[in-house]
Every structure is written in C-alpha cells, then in structure tokens.
Write a protein that binds this ligand. Structure first.
Ligand SMILES: C[S@@+](CC[C@H](N)C(=O)[O-])C[C@H]1O[C@@H](n2cnc3c(N)ncnc32)[C@H](O)[C@@H]1O
Length: 234
C-alpha cells in the first residue's frame, strides 16, 4: 500500500505552485468553508488546507501542543551536530517546522546569529520568544511552508533543516523539494530527519532529492526515520 501511495504522490500528482501564493488566508479565515475543504481533502490531486487548521490551532488539548517539543532529545542533538558541521555561525539557517524553537534555541546558544524559523502553529510561534528569550533576534514566522517558500527569494539560505514529521505532512500538490532547492544557495546544505515511509504522503524522497540537484552526502537510519545530509549541486 505504501509503495502504491509513493507512486501516486511522486509521479501521479499535479503540482499547483501559484495556488500557494496566499495559501495562509484559507486556513486562518475561511472556517465557514470547512465542508468544502473536507471534500477537497478526499481528492489526492486537489490542493487543500483542511488538515492545516489542526496544526494552526494546536492548543493545550492537542497532543501536538508546544509542550511536547521543548526538550532536546537524542535525534535533535544529532541533527544539530550535522547543522554545525555544515555551516558557520553567520550562515543563514532555516528551521522548517520550528514549533516552539528548541533547535533554534540551542543554535542561538552556540552563537548562531542569522537564524530563521517557520511554523504554522499559532500558539507555538507566539510563545516561542517567551519560553526561549534567546530567540528574540531570530526571525520566526507563523506561516505554512507553502506560502513562506513561495515568497522567499531564490538562493537565500545557506542551510535548511527539519526535524519531522514536518515535510512528510505537506500535500504533494506543492512542489516542496523543488522549492526548497530553489531557496537554497548552490553548495548549500539541507539536514533532514524524516520518516520516508510514514505519515499522510509518503513519496520517493530520494528520487525527488536527486531530481532537484540535492545530492545525498550522508544518511543514517534511526528507527523508522532517516537522517539525511544533502548538498545542492549544480
Ligand atoms: C511533529 S512537529 C515537529 C516540530 C519541530 N520540528 C521539533 O522537532 O521540535 C511538526 C511541526 O510542523 C508544523 N507543520 C506541519 N505542517 C506544516 C506546514 N504545512 N507548514 C508549516 N508548518 C507545518 C506543525 O505546526 C508542527 O509544529
């Protein structure tokens, strides 16, 4: 079943880039269109924001409230080591799906001074600078990845990292890997911990990396997840 899903989401899904220009508006405001979003969510080839409301509104009664993402676990520390290895303290570094900002806080503590974070979680982003005062100068934004990347200039970041589940939740109607590659400088790095077979939209991630000039320079299995270091090559 996973294999079939991967074929559908990698090869049989149209990409609708321009629809994502003002994507945030639809999950922030259009509560009244819930049924329409629900119907859209049943068609794999239609962009929709139905599940985005869940993440946007994650509050104390959600199992994904920011308190679940405060501590730096073993995987988070491994990811940070790889980020350090492939960047300098002045590098422009993006945390994709930063939530409350546990990784950003650690990088800031180590002297990184050009950090960015994006997450759809309203409360997590609002609380991040209160919980981690260290993040005052970090440019965190409450947005979907889709709209944020759509609006980011080409060749902007030196390094992008993510600790999933994050990218695995993005509907493949958005050309995520190609947009990430676009905003990364040539010779820049991506550090990903992702579940290649899990979550809503499993894809042939390695194939998509290759297709978008991202060469795998390190990989390590950690239970169901994989830690990747990718380098953008021309
Ligand atoms: C499992 S949590 C991981 C949080 C963080 N990476 C960490 O390890 O502490 C997934 C995060 O991705 C965010 N997220 C999921 N889909 C998103 C999207 N399309 N755009 C922006 N953020 C998204 C959620 O709000 C949530 O904070």
């Amino acid at each position: 079943m996973i294999f079939i899903k991967k074929i559908i989401y990698t090869f049989l899904t149209p990409r609708w880039v321009n629809i994502y220009k003002n994507f945030n508006r639809s999950f922030v405001k259009n509560d009244d269109k819930k049924i329409l979003f629900y119907i859209f969510s049943k068609f794999w080839f239609m962009p929709h924001t139905y599940v985005y409301k869940y993440w946007h509104k994650a509050n104390i009664s959600s199992k994904h409230y920011y308190r679940e993402f405060l501590a730096l676990d073993h995987n988070a520390r491994m990811l940070i080591k790889k980020v350090q290895k492939h960047s300098s303290k002045s590098s422009k570094v993006l945390d994709l799906g930063c939530n409350i900002g546990r990784h950003l806080n650690e990088l800031r503590r180590q002297g990184y001074n050009n950090l960015y974070g994006v997450d759809i979680g309203k409360i997590a982003i609002a609380k991040s600078k209160e919980i981690f005062p260290n993040l005052k100068k970090v440019k965190t934004v409450c947005s979907s990845f889709e709209e944020y990347l759509f609006k980011t200039q080409t060749n902007f970041f030196d390094l992008i990292y993510t600790h999933g589940a994050t990218v695995e939740l993005v509907k493949p109607t958005f050309p995520l890997i190609s947009q990430l590659s676009r905003v990364l400088i040539n010779g820049g790095y991506m550090v990903f911990i992702i579940d290649e077979d899990g979550h809503s939209y499993p894809r042939f991630w390695r194939y998509e990396f290759k297709l978008n000039n991202l060469s795998i320079i390190f990989k390590k299995k950690i239970n169901t997840k994989t830690l990747f270091v990718l380098k953008k090559v021309k």
